[in-house]
Design a protein around this ligand. Sequence first.
Ligand code: C2E
Ligand code: CA
Ligand code: CA
Ligand code: CA
Length: 274
Amino acid sequence: AKARGRNGYRFYAPSMTGEGVERLRLETFLRRSIEKNEIFLNYQPQVEIDTGRLIGVEALVRWNHPELGLVPPVRFIPLAEDSGFINQLGKWVLFEACRQMVRWQDAGLRVPKIAVNLSVKQFERGSIVNMVAEILKETGLEPERLQLEVTESVIMNTGDAMVFINDLHSIGVGLAIDDFGTGYSSLAYLKQLPVQTLKIDRSFITDISSDANDEAIAIAIIQLGKSMNLSVIAEGVETEEQAAFLLRHGCNQAQGYRYGRPALPQELIERWRD
Ligand code: C2E
Ligand code: CA
Ligand code: CA
Ligand code: CA
């Protein structure tokens, strides 16, 4: 590789580590992933604990690269965020998720609601309300059946996030606070935001029956939700014991391997139709 450019600047800093090279390679691949049809969505069921009824699904993005294989989102989402690709990716995900809701409906499976993750970076270029409205119009999905998931950091770190979130509320889409309890406290913001749902982070659920602190936090979130008239859903529910605990403390909504792993659209039809 060429070491110096025309004016003597090094193109490749000698300090560039193997990790840096790998990152660059991933980023280059990632940029073409959509056009190469390597991106697809998995959907994970959200259920009512006592009845086992399907109340919604969460869309989770997947990247399958021919050489690298399945790259986990924790590896490529941060890259997409740093490179700005997240805006294109986020739009693709939203469109595909909304379109899938209509396809399921046509195939005889009515999924009440779809949850889609938004990155903090998608709020930095201005309001995304037009993009969302356009996708809803194009796919024909009712706004009430779309729930956007944002983390506390979106609310706390983005200057205009409150305005943008209110914009989204004004067109009828729902909003959930993801990984609730793990970020900065957003308790003061909660009462001003048009939020409908809190998602208890998996880290509080895993050891819920053995760790007194996790137990206390989960109970506190459930109570908070109740008193603010918000719905509360627990993520990462894997066992009967965790589900029973949640139900006992007034949380009747869950998502986790106990009810289904993230899966392809057809698998959801087979599992949940009728
Ligand atoms: P998240 O939004 O908190 O999503 C839940 C993650 O927990 C998913 O991981 C899911 O597969 C996993 N999970 C669900 N149930 C269980 C369980 O019972 N046990 C365990 N151990 N894990 C469970 P995944 O799909 O690897 O996604 C990781 C993160 O990547 C997501 O966390 C989300 O922050 C991000 N992500 C995924 N899809 C998108 C997307 O379309 N856009 C954006 N911006 N971020 C996304
Ligand atoms: Ca989520
Ligand atoms: Ca989450
Ligand atoms: Ca989480």
